[in-house]
Design a protein around this ligand. Structure first.
Ligand code: F0G
Length: 354
């Protein structure tokens, strides 16, 4: 039985047997070969690390199990975070499991409905603010300094330690043969965690070489790419609508040490990649997650990759969290309960394809 990432990788995290652990059996997500998209990309091997299958539907659970485990061990009674949605859902779930109070600050009207629904039902205290994620993060950092509540954003070091498990799993799944790791970048924690995870495995001699790190921001929220703070970040990918990432320096180090790059993709490229993932691979992700694939498509069109290289795209969150971005291509007509009419539609469709 799979018992979560601390049970599996606790040795790397310094968690000893017998310690109290708060887990929702997160992790162990599938690495799905993208055989159909791959054909369009001229010779690379493409894999999708589908983090939308974590317990709350995003990669945040990997970090949250560690952060909440440590908060409980330290005797904390309440946690707090700022969030574009997924962190709040994850924090609220782990707080529910551990019996802690959870406060979440979210940018008003700028988080996907599915994520809000999660936080509501998990029982968090939800505080929408008239500001963006960066404003909310600034406030929760200051509030947490007073010591009444534990901060569980990725500036909490345990978060990034837990998120290293994503890199361990990718290495385990591909037997160390990862050439490139592509990942969306928002607050820049996850790219930093993956890089640290790959270095752990390299030092432990579990892999022989380190992958090249490729990070992708949305064009309207691309502070690292443009090397300037975005005061008013804007993108359809609300999860990465961040103008001043907390782990900026760590992400730049991951990029430079791995000889990789952090680039930007447009909202249109993100939505096209999201559609491609669903329609060609059967994998439904939220827009932010599709940035990793949009970026690989863009680079492969420029001839960036050598033939035969293994490229892993981290798909950070489940598409079900944000259905509002998906509009039917034409208005759906409703039919009566008349089987002949339905048969005619099917024949029409199949006929037009022959
Ligand atoms: N993808 C998704 C689905 C996210 O929710 C986030 C971040 C990222 C990518 C970027 O990861 O911040 O580590 O660079 N979401 C945070 C939140 C900010 O509040 O849920 P990052």
């Amino acid at each position: 039985m799979w018992n979560g990432i601390i049970a599996k990788y606790g040795d790397y995290f310094g968690v000893k047997e017998g310690e109290t652990v708060v887990s929702l059996n997160e992790g162990n997500t599938p690495l799905i070969p993208a055989e159909n998209i791959e054909k369009m990309l001229g010779g690379i091997k493409l894999y999708l690390k589908y983090e939308g299958l974590n317990t709350t539907g995003s990669f945040k659970d990997r970090g949250m199990t560690m952060a909440v485990t440590k908060a409980v061990q330290a005797g904390s009674k309440a946690i707090i975070c700022a969030s574009t949605g997924n962190t709040s859902a994850s924090a609220a779930a782990y707080a529910a499991k551990a019996g802690l109070k959870c406060f979440v600050l979210i940018p008003n009207n700028k988080i996907a409905l599915g994520k809000l629904a999660q936080a509501i039902l998990y029982g968090a205290e939800i505080i929408p603010v008239e500001g963006n994620f960066d404003d909310a993060l600034r406030m929760v950092r200051e509030i947490a300094e007073e010591g009444k509540v534990t901060l569980v954003n990725s500036v909490n070091p345990y978060r990034l330690i837990g998120q290293r498990s994503g890199a361990y799993e990718v290495c385990d799944q591909l037997e160390g043969q990862v050439d490139y790791l592509s990942i969306p970048v928002g607050n820049a924690g996850n790219i930093s965690a993956y890089w640290a995870g790959f270095k752990d495995y390299y030092e432990a001699k579990k892999i022989e070489k380190l992958p090249v790190m490729l990070g992708f921001q949305a064009e309207g929220a691309a502070p690292i790419v443009e090397d300037r703070v975005f005061d008013e970040p804007e993108t359809v990918a609300t999860a990465i609508r961040i103008g001043n990432p907390a782990s900026w320096d760590k992400a730049v180090a991951a990029r430079d040490e791995s000889k990789g790059m952090i680039d930007k993709v447009t909202d249109e490229e993100i939505l096209q990649a999201q559609k491609l993932l669903a329609s060609k691979e059967g994998v439904f992700v939220e827009p932010a997650s599709a940035a990793s694939v949009a970026g690989v498509i863009k680079l492969s069109q420029k001839g960036y990759f050598e033939k035969g290289k293994k490229v892993v795209c981290v798909l950070t969150g489940n598409g079900l969290k944000d259905p509002s971005v998906v509009a039917p291509e034409k208005e759906l007509k409703v039919y009566g309960v008349k089987i002949e009419e339905i048969k005619a539609i099917i024949d029409d469709c199949l006929g037009s394809e022959q």
